[in-house]
Design a binder for this molecule. Structure first.
Ligand code: MG
Length: 310
């Protein structure tokens, strides 16, 4: 379905209002389904992601617009990891009565993150319900989709961005404090690395994953899918100012990319400027992830400051 309504007996016309909020970013809303054209020679790449109040965020932490942005950006980040160009976004929302006044803000955030990624909101559905839930389905196209499975022994491991901000923001909130503006922004307004994923795929990257659960954990998913061992040098991990490498390698919600590429491919030169692209390790034979700091092998405790992701 591509309509937005509050279910049977909905009390207001959410279609018209949200379409107006999204402006030209809303396409095809009002028909029974959205129609998208996938450019010739490309594959359709699809992913969906759910954000639920009290599971993925708390109301006190974020504005409604930030909640909408973050949920949408998290979903779009999976397209970035696949080296896909976003085509459209669908929002399935469960809106409790207590959140009714926040609906415009949520919709603005969904629209803003979608626009930032160069895509359009093409449909969705809203229902009343008990807990606020935002289900974002993202549609993209890729000529050569990047997967987690292509890393080869001898490849170099790269990451985008600087690590440690979101985990520190969560830690501050969970201890009753307030994160710094920079840490808060890293949690509230992650930017999916769409251009970086596209450029990496074009440059010959062999595998990719986005960091939602934590660098070490997500590198482990890539290692398992590729049947290789990932060796990470945490000394080389780019950090937010004051960041601590073990915490940064464990913290989730980064929405940066982990990329592998042959030694001959310089991803730092191939990816667009503006976001750091850093060599942090190599791919070896074997399995799992080995993290080192100085000349010691260290253990990254996965998601130790992670907010109850199921
Ligand atoms: Mg992902």
């Amino acid at each position: 379905m591509s309509h937005l309504a509050l279910g049977a007996g909905g009390e207001f016309d959410a279609i018209r209002r949200l379409t107006a909020l999204w402006g030209e970013q809303a396409q095809g809303i009002g028909d029974d389904a959205a129609v998208l054209t996938v450019p010739p020679g490309r594959s359709l790449v699809v992913s969906t992601d759910v954000s639920v109040e009290e599971v993925h965020f708390r109301r006190a932490w974020l504005t409604p617009e930030e909640i909408g942005w973050r949920a949408t950006a998290a979903a779009l980040s999976d397209l970035a990891a696949m080296g896909a160009e976003p085509l459209g976004v669908l929002w399935a929302g469960v809106i409790p009565d207590a959140w009714r006044d926040a609906l415009d803000g949520l919709a603005l955030g969904v629209g803003a993150a979608t626009r930032h990624a160069g895509a359009a909101v093409v449909g969705g559905d809203l229902s009343r319900g008990v807990a606020l839930s935002l289900g974002l389905t993202v549609l993209g196209a890729a000529a050569r989709p990047l997967t987690r499975a292509g890393a080869k022994p001898g490849d170099v491991v790269w990451v985008t961005g600087r690590f440690g901000g979101p985990a520190r923001a969560l830690a501050a909130w969970e201890h009753g404090g307030r994160p710094t503006d920079d840490d808060r922004a890293r949690f509230a307004r992650p930017v999916p690395r769409i251009a970086q994923g596209l450029a990496a795929a074009a440059a010959g990257a062999t595998a990719a994953i986005d960091v939602s659960d934590g660098l070490a954990q997500d590198a482990g998913h890539l290692a398992a899918a590729s049947g290789v061992r990932i060796e990470l040098r945490l000394d080389d991990l780019p950090l937010v100012p004051g960041g601590e490498p073990l915490a940064a390698a464990a913290g989730g919600e980064e929405y940066e990319l982990v990329l592998t590429a042959p030694v001959s491919v310089d991803l730092a030169a191939a990816l667009p400027p503006g976001v750091p692209v850093t060599r942090v390790g190599r791919v070896g034979m074997g399995h799992g992830v080995v993290t080192s700091l100085g000349d010691r092998v260290v253990e990254v405790v996965p998601g130790h400051d992670h907010f109850s992701r199921p």
